[in-house]
Design a protein around this ligand. Structure first.
Ligand code: DLL
Length: 443
């Protein structure tokens, strides 16, 4: 565990964030009973509770959460549009949404209290990662149904800092704004930061003309090597925060000044880790699917929501920052992201970690999976750094061999490597899509 903070350690709501553990557990239990009472209004849960003999009073310890039913994305979809709305319609203050693969969004509703609460939860991780009232913040998340834009907006407002609600897109305008209004803080997806960094470093923007000190990234998986790359390139501190629309949006967990995992806002969310196949609970310290029960949601409560995100809840002790909550790892992949290649499980983040070890390549890549015959083939398309492409064939072969070896050592698989010219692969303004699985199309 890191013992030297990277920045000054500040805490937004110490009364909750630093609550003594026993008291925290008692609060969780009380709130969990409230969740059972509240969700029993929804037919989806009422029927299940009746069947399982669950009443608020039957929840005697936090372990009893395991008796509650899981909720999956498909359940929300079956309840489309508002089957999980638990307050009268006139009490809804906001709708946000999350896009799915089926074309229709999953609608998520917030009461006035939910919106208020959400702002404080976002303020918690922003303050933990350097936000001060005197700062100016450029939000380069989309403002719209995506929870990133509005969620962070109200968190920053709560702290009292100035907001530039620029939204995503138009890198030139993003950089111009950074130069002209000199925000100290940038908020976006890590892949968009990468794009902005490219534009900044390849254009004639003088680094001293921008005042950035911190960036808060979330919304998609990224790696520690990507953090080093962006921090080195931009000379800033990058902070990780996590959340998902179905349980609120951003503000579920985030890093503190020690950056040794993301603190889970445990007064408001109960986290469990389960084996994604058997749904059996796993102990802290073991990697598995994260399951989240929000404890304070009024308008849109869900119980034991299966995030599909793979991560670890750390088993090690207290964090020197003073927060008492457990911390979680980065998201290592999603159960639906996981590629099974010739029987081996591979996450895109493992490929990214391998690529970032090789000097001459840029962090822009695309993983393509095909099945030309009976076996799976994976090709990693990756951009080389500007200037490298003109070099000799032998050098290119050597780079390929380095990448191939790095990929094989991390994933255990041989993947074909295709080096492409700088600036030829797609760039992303929101969440990136780095896997193209063409196996179904190939029969
Ligand atoms: O992405 C909420 C959010 C917005 C979080 C902005 C942080 C900042 P959804 O669109 O519902 O909500 O997508 C949720 O994104 O299940 C993860 O797979 C992924 N995700 C979110 N944050 C992280 C992160 C928002 N820090 C899905 N690291 C989640 C890795 C993340 N994956």
């Amino acid at each position: 565990m890191n013992t030297i903070p990277i920045i000054e350690n500040r805490i937004w709501q110490p009364e909750f964030e630093c609550m003594p553990k026993e008291q925290l557990r008692a609060l969780q239990l009380e709130r969990l009973r409230g969740v059972v009472a509240h969700t029993a209004r929804l037919p989806f849960y009422r029927e299940k509770y009746q069947h399982l003999g669950i009443t608020p009073d039957s929840i005697r310890s936090l372990d009893d959460i395991r008796r509650l039913p899981f909720t999956a994305k498909a359940d929300l979809r079956d309840g489309y549009p508002l089957g999980f709305l638990a307050v009268p319609r006139e009490q809804v203050a906001r709708f946000q949404g999350t896009s799915g693969t089926t074309g229709k969004p999953t609608w998520v509703a917030y009461s006035k209290g939910d919106v208020e609460n959400w702002a404080n939860l976002c303020a918690r991780f922003l303050v933990a990662g350097g936000l001060r009232p005197e700062h100016t913040v450029q939000i380069s998340f989309g403002f719209g149904l995506f929870t990133g834009g509005f969620g962070l907006h109200y968190g920053i407002e709560r702290v009292g800092a100035a907001i530039i609600p620029l939204s995503s897109g138009n890198s030139e305008r993003q950089l111009m704004t950074m130069q002209d209004l000199r925000p100290e803080i940038l908020i976006c997806t890590p892949s968009y930061a990468l794009k902005l960094m490219d534009t900044l470093l390849t254009g004639d923007v003088d680094r001293s003309s921008i005042a950035l000190e911190h960036a808060h990234f979330g919304g998609e998986p990224w790696t520690e090597s990507m953090r080093e790359h962006i921090e080195g390139g931009l000379g800033i501190r990058c902070w990780n925060n996590y959340g998902l629309a179905e349980v609120q949006g951003p503000g579920v967990s985030g890093e503190c000044a020690y950056r040794n995992g993301m603190h889970i806002q445990e007064d408001q969310f109960i986290f469990e880790t389960v084996d994604p196949d058997t749904l059996e609970p796993l102990p802290d310290g073991e990697k598995g699917e994260l399951v989240v029960t929000p404890l304070c949601r009024e308008a849109f409560p869900v119980v034991r929501y299966r995030t599909r995100d793979i991560g670890v809840i750390y088993a090690d002790g207290d964090c020197p920052c003073g927060r008492t909550s457990r911390r979680m790892s980065r998201i290592m992949g999603r159960t639906d992201d996981m590629l099974i290649i010739r029987g081996v499980n591979v996450f895109p983040s493992q490929v990214e970690t391998a690529l970032m070890r090789v000097k001459s390549v840029a962090p822009h890549y695309m993983i393509e999976v095909t099945r030309p015959g009976a076996t799976d083939e994976v090709t990693v398309h990756i951009e080389v750094q500007p200037g490298i492409f003109s070099d000799s064939m032998r050098e290119m072969q050597a780079i390929k061999a380095d990448i191939s070896a790095a990929v094989a050592s991390i994933t255990g698989l041989h993947m074909a490597i295709n080096l492409v010219e700088p600036n030829t692969l797609e760039r992303f303004e929101g969440k990136s899509r780095r896997v193209r699985d063409l196996r179904d199309l190939n029969g």
